[in-house]
Ligand binder design. Structure first.
Ligand code: HEM
Length: 341
């Protein structure tokens, strides 16, 4: 899927740009199993196996698709407006170095026509043929200093998707850093320093799911990345839905008219990957977000009927938490109604 150059914002106002038919077909729809009974939260973790299927979002470890430039442009905008979306505490600077090295090497391995990462002297030279930037020297073992700070902003200027870094201590995972410019109703600055159970505490009535998934993650061995999908609904393909900027988005869904709903409301899916880094033993959490408008989704009758079923059976506390209580009946009506709405 060839990256498309952009000159207007796709993931922030004015939300310009069209999606290709290929992007619609490869959308990582989250409800792939036939829905049996009411939708519930579950641990839903599986190995992050790359499938090698050309064009699929999991063909490679990372997905470089037609939105490559648009995502990087949005990150620059969001970081300029809200610099605290990028933070790394001293405890995880080594992990940030390790993650940057591993990720650049993976990108170059998966996309040799786009990226080169080759040894030079003590470190490596990174070349990005997509952006045409001058080659960058990166030494994963060099200590971080004031003149050579946290490498995650560099990594995330080359790779779409967000990162959080978690340190394991006292049978807990602690959020110690990352670059999160595309959060769905949360903020890195608000969660930094919290542990797994604390940052998940606003999620209604899910104590057992989080106890079980935490236990699993505490034992996650290096070299065995896992993934899960998270989903929500929002207006526009708005990547940055942070708490700092909530005035811009928090009432959008409720205020969308029935007429505008098919084009404006999007299913927002996060493909999340978790991996323990072998040297630092930190856990790296990667979030790559995809959007599909309801009108696009309705082109696939199977997806439409599964989403209808999930929305019909969603408990009211989860619907409230996901901020969709007010619009779910309208969405169900549209998706299950006649083709020409
Ligand atoms: C929601 C972070 C792993 C399940 C959230 C939220 C954050 C978050 C910040 C939003 C909480 C809020 O509303 O304030 C993370 C991080 C993870 C992680 C950094 C890395 C370890 C997991 C795992 C699971 C999980 C392994 C599997 C059970 C959920 C669920 C929600 C959630 C079900 C509610 C999402 C929704 O309905 O929109 N997570 N999470 N998370 N997380 Fe995680």
């Amino acid at each position: 899927v060839v990256p498309q150059p952009v000159d207007e914002h796709v993931f922030a106002p004015p939300f310009a740009g069209l999606k290709s038919a290929q992007a619609i077909a490869r959308f990582p729809f989250p409800f792939t199993q036939p829905v049996q009974g009411p939708y519930r939260y579950s641990v839903n973790i599986e190995p992050h196996e790359t499938d090698g299927i050309p064009g699929s979002p999991t063909e490679h470890f990372f997905d470089v698709d037609e939105f490559y430039f648009a995502e990087l442009q949005e990150r620059r905008r969001a970081l300029k407006a809200t610099p605290q979306h990028s933070q790394v505490l001293p405890e995880v600077t080594d992990a940030a170095q390790e993650l940057t090295h591993l990720s650049l090497a993976r990108l170059a391995h998966s996309y040799p026509n786009y990226f080169i990462y080759s040894p030079q002297g003590h470190g490596f030279v990174w070349q990005n043929h997509l952006t045409g930037q001058a080659p960058t020297l990166f030494d994963p073992n060099a200590p971080l200093t004031e003149s050579k700070p946290d490498p995650l902003p560099f990594l995330t200027s080359q790779l779409p998707g967000d990162w959080a870094l978690l340190q394991q201590q006292d049978n807990q995972l602690w959020l110690k850093g990352g670059v999160v410019t595309g959060p769905a109703s949360w903020s890195l600055s608000e969660k930094l320093g919290m542990n797994y159970l604390q940052w998940h505490s606003p999620v209604p009535d899910q104590h057992q799911v989080f106890q079980r998934s935490l236990k699993y993650l505490l034992r996650l061995p290096p070299g065995q990345p896992v993934r899960r999908k998270n989903w929500g609904l929002c207006v526009h393909p708005r990547l940055e839905m942070s708490m700092e900027n909530r005035r811009e988005w928090q009432h959008e869904l409720q205020n969308t008219s029935e007429n505008d709903l098919p084009q404006l409301v999007n299913l927002r899916v996060e493909l999340q990957v978790l991996e323990r880094l072998p040297k630092s033993q930190a856990i790296a959490f990667y979030i790559r977000t995809y959007f599909l408008s309801l009108a696009e989704l309705k082109q696939n009758p199977e997806w439409a009927s599964r989403l209808v079923q999930v929305l019909e059976e969603l408990s009211s506390d989860i619907a409230e938490y996901k901020n969709i209580a007010g619009v779910r009946m309208l969405i169900i009506k549209y998706l299950s109604g006649a083709r020409h709405y």
